[in-house]
Structures are given as structure tokens and as C-alpha cells.
Design a binder for this molecule. Structure first.
Ligand code: HDE
Length: 712
């Protein structure tokens, strides 16, 4: 006789009431639900006796603690994330059948993780580095992950080189130095032998690599993808994220200071913006290229070291991403989120970009080691909003309790479930691209122009932006010990721009070589270049204004942080005037005083200091203003930190303002000679609050760098 079926134990079943409630809060329990009576002491043999092995509570607690860390991501380990939603402005039906790209009424939930690439999980946010910009769309047709960066191109053309690139940039293996920095021998050794990285190096050495905020950077899908419509027709697409606050950066010296003063600067900024209701927003852009235009351009659409200039194919803004909720738990969400370029929905498809193809393998593989098994898709942050039905079973940490007898297909015992979905039922079908080819291990000759877009990028920058690239390259290469590497790198730079190479050469003590290096990969027989000298091409575009951050939003201080330097005796009306105006413009102020606590004003009401001068630093603010009040100014004049604060603000080209009677403090700064001449230093003029706010909206006055004689 078969035994009667036992009733399964189910915590939620009505006859088993959970026993952990307490009117004042929840009782502490073990992981199996037993209430804990003493969480302060281990179980011992007598008052002073040894600890007993029997102590299941202690052992459970310590075991769990011992396993708290999981391997960090091999790249993009340092990250910060937020929840939000995506709204579509206009349907893309002509090009894509993806439902979330067609229904303007749907608000698609998203989870977005930003990251640096090279540093460990605890490294600084302000490293000179590429930023990851990974978006998980929880669509009604499954998850779509757009795992992009804040730069539109990449260092290498083929997935085969990724481990080499990362080994070269990570801390050197013999001494594990330097952390989160590319300024060392192995990185530049590799790069100087990899001419294909020339374009990306221009981006990585530009101000894009030191953003002011994660909220103020562009995002790019990097690879060319495909869109597929209802008829099965395909077009090519490049994905873009355009920040509504514009793109802004900090100065390199400032970035290094921030790394000491507040290594969580970007994480904090994102968290605080969302907590205060200043929800970060990006518009979603697409550059659509008809399939017939696949070979129209002087670069190959499949080459991830190339971008499609916006002047050739405009970016259509088709929707908006808003981040409106911070994670509840960093580990459960930000750390355990698993992105994968292969998470895709019908209406979007891949191209043969050899970097993308390699990524399609890597992202599942990496989660297996990082998250410990094949069921990482069941972790709440990774679950789609649609149900999952398939015949995959078991494995470490399986959460789903699959019912029934069948876990195979085809089956008759399970009624044939789950069924395959036909295309018209929303089943994913790969684009039927025709392939008829020889198996080869070669680089396509259409990938051999390594310099023309690097030159285009450099030529498109403003003079201060070009100076920053020269300075960044000089800084990085000055940290390279082996002169031959520095020289080889100058060879590459000379292919991008001779003047650039000369300027860097003057700073790093080696001459620009006459001959450049050999290519280190096979190319088709009919290409046959001996060295990369012979593969130089020219871009038909001289400049692409879209590549310069100078052409960004400059008329707003929304969400910015303005420092007000104050001391006892400060003029209450002066503080109120600037505070009111700054807040009306959507930014916030912090009162920085020699000590915390109450600050006496010239009025009846005291003010409260937000930060102590010694704990604050100009690098943590966008601009600084000194309200009036003779006593306050006298006190600040005696504070070296106050003068240093202003000097640094000036050095980093920020707007500085002072009420009429506060000028005395500014005159102690090394920049006193600039007062009245520099449009970013606003003192004692009529309407000075308004002029100061307009100046702060400019973000930076980079032209101030040139005449600067005295360092802060
Ligand atoms: Fe990644 N990349 N990648 N990558 N990548 C990872 O996956 C990899 C590439 C990018 O916030 C890893 O889950 C290979 C390009 C972002 O969790 C790993 C290649 C771009 C993130 C991996 C590339 C990216 C990753 C490590 C060359 C810009 C962070 C942890 C073939 C378009 C996602 C993980 C997050 C993470 C592999 C190249 C962006 C190891 C093999 C190009 C934003 O799978």
C-alpha cells in the first residue's frame, strides 16, 4: 500500500502561526526560527569554563559571519546602484518589436549599477578610470540588460585580449600596487604595444574619466546591436544615455584630494541626491543605421574601438530613465546583482562584434564563481517580473520548489509543459543572418585603422580639455619606470597628433621615436601591413562637437553643493540671501565654520554649522561663497584652513563669491590678483548673489589654469 501523502510543512499555512512577533518589534531568532534568549554570551562550562561545542547559536552566528564575503567582481568591483524606472517617449515599432520600446504607457522598472573598472571593492570612487553604466530593465518580456560604460568605445577589439588588458591594469602581481590606478608600468607596457587602444586611451585620459558625479555622465552600449521589428527586419543600433544635468568633471588634482577626503564621494552623491528627491535622469538615445548602410562608413560598425559620430547619425532621444529609490541593502542588491549582455528580449539582437561575442560567454561564467552556483537568477534583485518556467533543476541554493513529475521536454506526463513559444507568441528567435565563411583566427582589415577616431576625438576637444589630456598622459607616463615604455607610447601618440606627442615628451624626459611598432596579430593576406605606420587613415570629419564636454548644460546649479564659510558674527541677512537664492536655483548650501554647534550672527537667531572647517574641504563642493559680517571675516582671516579652502577652490577653477565686506578674506588667497578680472570670482558687485549663481552654473573656469602661478 502506498503511504498516504504527507502534508508539506509550509510556514504560511494557516494552522502554523509564526511565533516571532512582539508588540515592540521582532524577537531575535536563529536562522531556523528559534528565539534567542542571550545574544551576549557563549555557552560555557561554568562561569569561567571553556566554551561548549554544543553552542549551536554561537556556531551558527560565527559560521554565517565567516562566509559574509563573496568574491568581488574581477572587474567593476567598486559600484553603487539605484532603482528606478524607464518611460518611453515614442514607440520604436518601425525598428523594434520589444514591448518596452513600443508602449508609452508602460513604466519599466530598472536597477542601475555604476562602477569603476580597475579598483577593488573598497577603492576610491575618484580613480581615473572608465565607469560602468549597467542597466537592468525588468520588462514584461523578461530582463534586458544594457551593460555599458560612460565611454562609447573600448580598449580592445577582440575578447581574446580582455584578460591581458585587465591583468595589465590591475595592481602589479608581485607587489599588489598600485590600487585603482592605471599610472604604472604594466598598463602602459600593454597599451604601448596595442595600437588599437589609441582611441579609448584618449577618452580614458580625458576629463570623462574623472566625473563630478555619476549623475553627470553619459552612458553608452558601446557595441553595435541590432533592432528587429515584427516583420523580422533588422537595423543596426547604438544605445546612448544622456544625463539631463549635463556632463561635468572634476580636476585631476581635485580627484586625488577627494580620494583622501571622501573616497565614497560618488556613492554618497548618488545616495544623497535620491534621498533628497533630486532623482537623477537620463534620456535614452538611439542611433539607427539601416542594414543597407552596414558598409557605408570609413570604420567598421562591428569594431568596438569606433563610435558613430552623432554628426553622421543623429541620436534620437526616445525615452527617459529616472532613478528614484536607493537600495534597501547594499549586499543583497548592489553586490548580488548579476548583469549579463545575454539577457535580451525579442526585438533586440546581437551583432558579430568580436568583443560582444566574447562577453556573451563571460557574464554567466563569472556569476558561477562569484555568486556560487547556477541559481543566481533566483536572487530577488535578479528575478524577472515575469514567471520563469523551464526544466532546469536543482543546484546550489535552489529556491524554487518545482512541483510535478516532469523536468524534461518533450513530455506527455506533464501535459507537454512548459511549451515553446512561437515567434508570434513572443518566443525569441535569433536574427537569421547569413553566414558562409572560413574559420580563421585573424583581425579583419576593416579593423586596422586605429588612429583616425583618436585624432577626431582629440581635435574635437576645447583647448583646456586638450591640456588636460596632455597633463593626464604626462602624469601617467611619469609613473612608468621603464623609459622604453614611455618612448613606445610617444610613438602611438605621434600617430594621433604630433603636437600632443611633443608636449607629453617635454614632460616625461624621452623623445618621440621616429619609427613606431609592429602589429602583433595576424591580418588577412591582402592587408599585410608591416607596422601600424602603414594603416593610418583619416576621418572625413574634422571635428565632432558632441565629443566635447564644453558643449554641455551650463545654465544650472541644480543639485549642486555650495559651501558657505562662516564664523561667529556673520551677517544673518547675507547668509539668508545666498541660501535663499541657491535653494531657489535647486542647489543646496552647507555652513562651514571653525567649530561645530551654534554660530552667533549679528541678529537674534543663531545658526547651526553643518561642517567643521577642519573636516570639510573645497574639493567636496561645487563652489564657495563667503557671506558678510566683519567679526566673522576677521575670525576666518585668522583660520589658515579658510584661506586654503579658497585657494583650492580657485586652483580647481570653481566659482568663488563674497559679500561686499567679505573681500578681505579673499585678498589673503594667492589669487587676490585675479579679483575683478576673473569672471568666476564674484566680489562686492551689485547683484553679486545672482552673478555668483550664474558663475557656479558654468561649473568651472578652466582658463584660470593658465596664468596660475602659485599652487594651492
Ligand atoms: Fe565587462 N565584465 N567584459 N565590459 N562589464 C564584467 O561581469 C567582460 C566589457 C561591464 O555592475 C564581469 O558580473 C569581458 C565592455 C560593466 O555588475 C565579467 C569583456 C563593456 C560591468 C566581464 C568585457 C563592459 C562588467 C565582471 C570583453 C562596456 C559591471 C563581473 C570581451 C560595454 C556590471 C560581472 C555590474 C562586468 C567580462 C568588456 C561593461 C568578468 C570578457 C566592452 C558595466 O563577466
Amino acid at each position: 500500500m502506498p503511504s498516504p501523502k504527507k502534508k508539506p510543512i509550509d510556514q504560511k499555512s494557516a494552522d502554523l502561526k509564526p511565533d516571532t512577533e512582539n508588540p515592540e518589534g521582532q524577537f531575535m531568532t536563529t536562522n531556523t526560527g528559534t528565539r534567542i534568549n542571550d545574544d551576549q554570551n557563549s555557552l560555557k562550562a561554568g562561569e569561567r569554563g571553556s566554551t561548549l561545542l554544543e553552542d549551536f547559536i554561537l556556531r551558527e552566528k560565527i559560521t554565517h559571519f565567516d562566509h559574509e564575503r563573496i568574491p568581488e567582481r574581477i572587474v567593476h568591483a567598486r559600484g553603487s546602484a539605484a532603482h528606478g524606472f524607464f518611460e518611453l517617449y515614442k514607440p520604436l515599432g518601425k525598428y523594434s518589436k520589444a514591448r518596452f520600446l513600443n508602449d508609452t504607457k508602460i513604466k519599466t522598472p530598472v536597477f542601475v549599477r555604476f562602477s569603476t573598472v580597475a579598483g577593488s571593492r573598497g577603492s576610491t570612487d575618484l580613480a581615473r578610470d572608465v565607469r560602468g553604466f549597467a542597466v537592468k530593465f525588468y520588462t514584461q518580456e523578461g530582463n534586458f540588460d544594457l551593460v555599458g560604460n560612460n565611454m562609447p568605445v573600448f580598449f580592445i577589439q577582440d575578447a581574446m585580449k580582455f584578460p591581458d588588458l585587465i591583468h595589465a591594469v590591475k595592481p602589479e602581481p608581485h607587489n599588489e600596487m598600485p590600487q585603482a590606478a592605471s599610472a604604472h608600468d604594466t598598463f602602459w607596457d600593454f597599451i604601448s604595444l596595442m595600437p588599437e587602444s589609441a582611441h579609448m586611451i584618449m577618452w580614458a585620459m580625458s576629463d570623462r574619466a574623472i566625473p563630478r558625479s555619476l549623475r553627470m555622465m553619459e552612458g553608452f552600449g558601446v557595441h553595435t546591436f541590432r533592432l528587429i521589428n515584427e516583420k523580422g527586419e533588422s537595423c543596426f543600433v547604438k544605445f546612448h544615455w544622456k544625463p539631463l544635468l549635463g556632463m561635468h568633471s572634476v580636476a585631476w588634482d581635485e580627484a586625488q584630494n577627494i580620494s583622501g577626503k571622501d573616497p565614497d564621494f560618488h556613492r554618497r552623491d548618488l545616495w544623497e541626491a535620491i534621498e533628497s528627491g533630486n532623482f537623477p535622469e537620463w534620456e535614452f538615445g538611439v542611433q539607427i543605421i539601416p542594414e543597407k548602410d552596414e558598409h557605408k562608413y570609413e570604420f567598421d560598425l562591428l569594431d568596438p574601438t569606433k563610435l558613430v559620430p552623432e554628426e553622421l547619425v543623429p541620436v534620437q532621444r526616445i525615452g527617459k530613465l529616472t532613478l528614484n529609490r536607493n537600495p534597501d541593502n547594499f549586499f543583497a542588491e548592489t553586490e548580488q546583482v548579476a548583469f549579463h549582455v545575454g539577457s535580451i528580449v525579442p526585438g533586440i539582437d546581437f551583432t558579430n562584434d568580436p568583443l560582444l561575442q566574447g562577453r556573451l560567454f563571460s557574464y554567466t561564467d563569472t556569476q558561477l564563481i562569484r555568486l556560487g552556483g547556477p541559481n543566481f537568477h533566483e536572487i530577488p534583485i535578479n528575478r524577472p517580473v515575469v514567471p520563469v518556467h523551464n526544466n532546469q533543476r536543482d543546484g546550489h541554493m535552489r529556491q524554487t520548489i518545482n512541483e510535478g513529475q516532469t523536468s524534461y521536454h518533450p513530455n506527455s506526463l506533464g501535459g507537454g509543459c512548459p511549451f515553446q513559444a512561437k515567434m508570434k507568441e513572443g518566443g525569441f528567435t535569433s536574427h537569421a543572418e547569413r553566414i558562409d565563411a572560413k574559420k580563421i583566427r585573424e583581425r579583419s582589415k576593416s579593423f586596422l585603422d586605429h588612429f583616425s577616431q583618436a585624432t577626431l576625438f582629440f581635435n574635437s576637444q576645447s583647448a583646456p580639455e586638450q591640456d588636460h589630456i596632455v597633463n593626464a598622459l604626462s602624469f601617467e607616463l611619469s609613473n612608468v619606470n621603464v623609459p622604453a615604455i614611455r618612448e613606445r607610447m610617444l610613438g602611438i601618440l605621434s600617430k594621433i597628433d604630433k603636437g600632443l606627442a611633443q608636449k607629453v615628451s617635454a614632460n616625461i624626459g624621452v623623445a618621440v621615436p621616429k619609427k613606431t611598432g609592429q602589429l602583433n596579430f595576424s591580418v588577412p593576406a591582402d592587408a599585410d601591413p608591416k607596422s601600424y605606420d602603414s594603416v593610418i587613415a583619416k576621418s572625413s570629419l574634422e571635428k565632432s562637437p558632441a565629443l566635447s564636454m564644453v558643449n554641455t548644460v551650463k545654465n544650472s546649479i541644480k543639485t549642486r553643493k555650495i559651501a558657505l564659510l562662516v564664523a561667529d558674527g556673520v551677517s544673518a541677512s547675507s547668509v539668508m540671501a545666498i541660501k535663499k537664492a541657491v535653494e531657489a536655483a535647486g542647489a543646496r548650501t552647507e555652513l562651514i565654520a571653525p567649530k561645530l554647534g551654534a554660530i552667533k550672527t549679528d541678529g537674534k537667531q543663531d545658526l547651526q554649522a553643518d561642517k567643521r572647517l577642519a573636516n570639510a574641504a573645497s574639493v567636496l563642493y561645487d563652489a564657495v561663497y563667503v557671506p558678510g559680517g566683519k567679526k566673522s571675516i576677521d575670525a576666518l582671516c585668522a583660520e589658515a584652513d579658510a584661506v586654503h579652502f579658497l585657494n583650492e577652490a580657485c586652483k580647481h577653477c570653481k566659482a568663488i563669491g563674497a559679500d561686499t565686506d567679505a573681500e578681505a578674506l579673499l585678498e589673503l588667497g594667492y589669487f587676490a590678483g585675479l579679483i575683478g578680472k576673473d569672471p568666476g570670482i564674484v566680489v562686492g558687485r551689485k547683484n553679486n548673489v545672482k552673478t555668483f549663481i550664474e558663475a557656479a552654473g558654468q561649473h568651472r573656469f578652466w582658463e584660470r589654469e593658465k596664468p596660475r602661478k602659485v599652487p594651492a
